[in-house]
Design a protein around this ligand. Structure first.
Ligand SMILES: [Zn+2]
Length: 252
């Protein structure tokens, strides 16, 4: 094996990188530290023990490097199905999160492979970052927040909202386009469930509202396990439409 594999542990996170990827590692290192402090202080969340971040220069290498060896036969079998999607997404995606049993894994592209131009979906949601460093930080904060919630069994929109809000808070700026409120206004109970974009838009604004206006309720949601969508609606105790309108009115 070439002797340029490094592994450094920061809190509960171990970062795997090559010597040539040291600048990417440094950004990850400081950001992971900030995220751990922020989610603990604000939401009493922890980054799971045994979390890993791999700096990627190829998705195929990442796949096999990050998975435990006993997953390899399964990965190989599935490759025919996963290959087209991973190939397609590799260009536009900066990073992703995976879970193998108790191992939580994030892959993030090395700095010189990250492009500022996001995916088509991303462009509708996010104000584009101007510096590659900020984009890396953005991805790390988002994905690490997902890891913190991996065992919480919350609805997908809630997880996305938490991850997106954490980015705003840690980077101390607005990263989501304000005109997504117009999209939010169009969703109803039905369309909200059938639309991938909706998870992000609803999640962000609902969670932001909870965090700013109803923090007791947010903490209650976070402290309980297994809160599925219907329970959450009960927790909010308003219909989707009524809550949506309340949120829009507050942020406009
Ligand atoms: Zn996400």
């Amino acid at each position: 094996m070439i002797n340029n594999k490094n592994k450094k542990t920061v809190g509960n996170v171990t970062v795997y990188f090559k010597t040539s990827q040291f600048d990417t590692f440094e950004i990850i290192n400081s950001t992971a530290d900030q995220v751990a402090k922020f989610v603990k202080d604000r939401w009493d969340l922890d980054i799971p023990y045994n979390s890993r971040i791999y700096v990627m220069d190829s998705w195929l290498k990442f796949l096999f490097q990050s998975a435990p060896v006993y997953y390899w036969p399964l990965l190989s079998l599935n490759l025919a199905f996963t290959l087209p999607a991973m190939k397609r997404n590799w260009k536009s995606v900066g990073g992703w999160a995976k879970r193998y049993g108790r191992r939580y894994v994030i892959g993030i592209k090395e700095k010189n492979l990250i492009t500022i131009k996001g995916s088509e979906l991303g462009k509708k949601i996010f104000i584009s970052e101007k510096a590659v460093e900020d984009k890396i930080k953005h991805i790390i904060i988002h994905e690490l927040t997902h890891l913190c919630l991996a065992n919480h069994k919350k609805p997908a929109w809630f997880n996305e909202g938490m991850a997106m809000l954490a980015v705003d808070k840690v980077l101390n700026k607005q990263t989501v386009r304000k005109d997504t409120l117009d999209l939010l206004e169009e969703y109803n109970n039905d369309t909200a469930k059938k639309n991938l974009l909706a998870n992000y838009i609803i999640g962000y604004w609902f969670v932001k509202y909870l965090d700013e206006k109803e923090v007791g309720r947010l903490n209650r949601i976070l402290s309980r396990q297994n809160i599925y969508e219907d329970v959450f609606i009960k927790e909010i105790s308003l219909s989707f439409i009524k809550y949506r309108d309340q949120v829009i009115k507050y942020f406009r």
